[in-house]
Design a binder for this molecule. Structure first.
Ligand code: KG4
Ligand code: ZN
Length: 340
């Protein structure tokens, strides 16, 4: 007998992207993301504005996700949603919406941990994409997260390293801001870095124990360096933009790779999967390729659409939990701090 298709509507609203996806088993039929532009002029996410924008976006985004998937809401088997971690005001919008819809349709509700979802996004079925096998190491790098996780099975994960202060995307964006680049500046630093000399300006790497990260010292040393140099030459940034960006990128990629190498050594696991917006970075991609050739690692980078915050990654966790009949009660609440 043929297996019945399971359709799950997934909702993500943990930070500044409102997203809805419809999954058919482990495939994404649609994955709609409304990115909030409003934060650009403030140089970072403003929580209150994010929450209001989610309220405006959620209904049209869900409508679009259903329409694109060509699925009627009455065909849905369950609703999955991001419970946390994230901004409380943002999480509340998705959580309340998911709870009401599940109640209205009388179908199960499935809570999802956003960090677990970044990791399990590698299991969304895609042509020509080989998912990692267990155990593997996952590094989640974005504007909000920097973690190395030992993944033993779908739901057995252990955080073995994380940032003690800024996330790596924040380090990129704050460095970009010092250089006068618009928010979010990470992609621009990456673009200019590819034109410059990575050895032009050495920046110190933080000394952090074990597999943890720290990026706030780097930001400060970049700030002092730029202040010092522009005092001598007001055109310093304009004249050296590409070399400064290449040097910043080189330092950040080295910080990430040093810890990954350490994690591989410590665990003996050479399968390394990355996720989060910073996975788009050309420097980290290049470094991972080199690690494959040099040290025999197997590396995994999902489609960019599944790297940044999106609901399909919530949907794949929803599907995996649905198979285990792991459902949530209607009295569940959003959780801003929610460890894996
Ligand atoms: O995952 P994401 O879309 O949102 C969250 O932070 O959750 O990640 C956005 C972050 C921003 O900090 C952005 O500057 C950074 O990812 N980013 C990059 C690149 N593309 C996006 N950083 C460096 N190089 C890139 N190519
Ligand atoms: Zn995220």
């Amino acid at each position: 007998m043929e297996n019945k298709a399971t359709y799950i509507l997934a909702i993500e609203s943990s930070c500044d992207d409102t997203s809805a996806a419809v999954m058919c088993n482990n495939s994404a039929l649609s994955n709609v993301v409304a990115t909030q532009k409003i934060h650009e002029e403030y140089g970072g996410v403003v929580p209150e504005l994010a929450s209001r924008a989610h309220q405006q976006n959620i209904v049209p985004v869900v409508h679009q996700a259903l329409a694109k998937a060509n699925i009627d809401k009455n065909q849905l088997s369950a609703i999955a949603f991001t419970r946390g971690p994230g901004l409380m005001g943002s999480l509340l919008v998705g959580t309340s919406f998911a709870k009401s819809l599940a109640l209205g349709l009388n179908i199960p509700l499935i809570e999802v941990n956003h960090m677990q979802a970044h990791i399990l996004s590698h299991f969304i079925a895609e042509d020509n994409y080989q998912s990692p096998s267990f155990p593997f190491l996952a590094m989640t790098i974005s504007g909000g997260h920097t973690q190395i996780v030992l993944v033993k099975s779908y739901f057995e994960m252990e955080v073995i390293g994380e940032t003690l202060d800024d996330a790596v995307g924040e380090a990129y964006d704050k460095s970009a801001k010092i250089l006068g680049l618009p928010y979010p500046g990470g992609p621009l630093v990456d673009k200019y870095a590819q034109l410059g000399n990575a050895k032009a300006f050495p920046f110190p790497k933080p000394k952090v124990e074990g597999l943890n990260f720290s990026f706030s010292g780097l930001k400060t040393s970049i700030l002092y360096f730029i202040q010092r140099e522009t005092k001598n030459n007001p055109n310093f940034i304009a004249e050296n933009r590409d070399d400064i960006c290449a040097s910043i990128q080189h330092t950040i990629v080295q910080i990430l790779m040093d810890k990954l190498k350490k994690a591989v050594k410590q665990t003996g696991i050479k399968q390394v999967a990355i996720g989060g917006g910073v996975s788009a970075n050309s420097g980290i991609r290049q470094a991972l390729k080199e690690a494959e050739d040099r040290w025999g690692w197997t590396t995994y980078v999902p489609k960019f659409e599944y790297c940044t915050d999106n609901a399909a990654m919530i949907g794949i966790v929803g599907y995996l939990k649905y198979k285990e009949q792991s459902f949530s009660d209607q009295d569940i609440t959003a959780q801003a701090r929610y460890v894996i």
